[in-house]
Structure formats: C-alpha cells, structure tokens
Unconditional design. Structure first.
Ligand SMILES: CC(C)(COP(=O)(O)OP(=O)(O)OC[C@H]1O[C@@H](n2cnc3c(N)ncnc32)[C@H](O)[C@@H]1OP(=O)(O)O)[C@@H](O)C(=O)NCCC(=O)NCCS
Length: 170
C-alpha cells in the first residue's frame, strides 16, 4: 500500500533512513523537508501497518524559471524489503503525481543503473546546485514529463535544507 504521509508517520520515516543508508545521516535533511509540506511530496510504502519504504520529491525551478521542476530524493527501502518492487512502485507513483501537478522535469542524483529503468537520462543543461565531480557526472539525471516542457538551462534552485555541498556527492 502506498500513500502520502502525514505528521503521524514522521517517526517511522526518520527511523527508516539510518537502516537504508547506514553510512549517511539523512535525518536532518528529511526532517527539515517534511516541515515544508508546501514544496514536497512525501510518499511511503507500507507492509501491513509498518512503514517500509519512503520517497521525497522537492518542487523546484531554475533561476529563470518558476517551480516546474522537482528533485527526487531521498528514496529508501528497509533492507528486509528491498528488491521486492517497492522502490520502483514509489518512483512510478511519485512521477505520476508530479505529472498531475504540472511538473515538467524531475531530477535525480543516483545510480543510473537503477534510474534508467524509469526513463531517466543524463542531464547536461540544468545544473545541480553544487558541481558534480567528473567521475560521477552520469549520476545527475532527469526525466521529462510531457505535456509540460522541460526546464531551460540554468542552475537548480532548491529550498535551504538542500543547500549543503555534502548532499551532492554522487
Ligand atoms: C535502491 C533502492 C531504493 C531500490 O529499491 P528496491 O525496492 O530495493 O528496488 P526494486 O525492487 O524496485 O528494484 C529492484 C531492482 O533494482 C536493482 N537495484 C536495487 N538497488 C540498486 C542500486 N543501488 N543500483 C542499481 N540497481 C539497483 C535490483 O538489482 C533490481 O534489479 P532487477 O529488477 O533487474 O532485478 C533500495 O534498494 C534502497 O533503499 N537501497 C539503499 C538506499 C539507496 O541506495 N537508495 C538509493 C537512492 S539514490
């Protein structure tokens, strides 16, 4: 079962991230983003009543363009529930909701081997907020959502919780 999360899910969402990303501390970022519910879409997957997977989309634009883009991140599935299609279901469901909101392009910094299956392609026109090192350049990807046009070139402008260089290492 997949649904948008509520304030009542926050504790479980924050408990999921250290398990999905044992080497990264994403809780301050996720917590700060969940507080900005005007600019984020937060979806979770449940097994019975337990929250086992979570994804966030942050609405954003470039310097020249209004909020017609979105950043997909983070995405996490509890290790015990990985490789069962939950991550894919959250991505697909989120992309549908982005399209319905009139979002024209979704960006992600992640493994191309995973995101390619949804149609993400390397992004060269719109830049991440911080430079991506050359060796990880193919991790910066985007997917255009018709019928809206993709964003024109420029640097992605994101809310303050995203403005930390350490979050932009592939
Ligand atoms: C990456 C992650 C979100 C995928 O979710 P999931 O529910 O396990 O994945 P799904 O069941 O939807 O898809 C499974 C497929 O993805 C592949 N896959 C899983 N993790 C992958 C990764 N990091 N890179 C490339 N492929 C990956 C699997 O091999 C499998 O491939 P197949 O369909 O060809 O057999 C999840 O494994 C996870 O939370 N990992 C730890 C945190 C993380 O790395 N998040 C990535 C955010 S960029």
């Amino acid at each position: 079962m997949i649904r948008e999360t509520t304030v009542g899910d926050t504790e479980e969402i924050l408990a999921l991230y250290p398990q999905a990303f044992p080497d990264e501390e994403l809780r301050p970022l996720v917590s700060a983003l969940l507080d900005r519910d005007q600019v984020v879409l937060s979806l979770a997957g449940f097994n019975k009543k337990s929250l086992v997977a979570h994804i966030l989309f942050t609405i954003c634009g470039t310097e020249e363009q209004d909020q017609t883009g979105a950043l997909l991140a983070p995405l996490g599935v509890l290790p015990s529930h990985q490789k069962q299609g939950l991550g894919s279901s959250l991505v697909k469901s989120g992309l549908e909701k982005m399209r319905a909101k009139g979002i024209g392009q979704v960006f992600v910094l992640g493994d191309p081997g995973y995101y390619r299956r949804f149609g993400f392609l390397p992004e060269q026109h719109v830049l991440a907020p911080y430079p991506i090192p050359e060796e990880g350049a193919d991790a910066w990807q985007s997917l255009s959502l018709a019928p809206r046009a993709p964003l024109s070139a420029g640097r992605l402008m994101l809310p303050e919780p995203w403005m930390a260089p350490d979050l932009w290492k592939p």
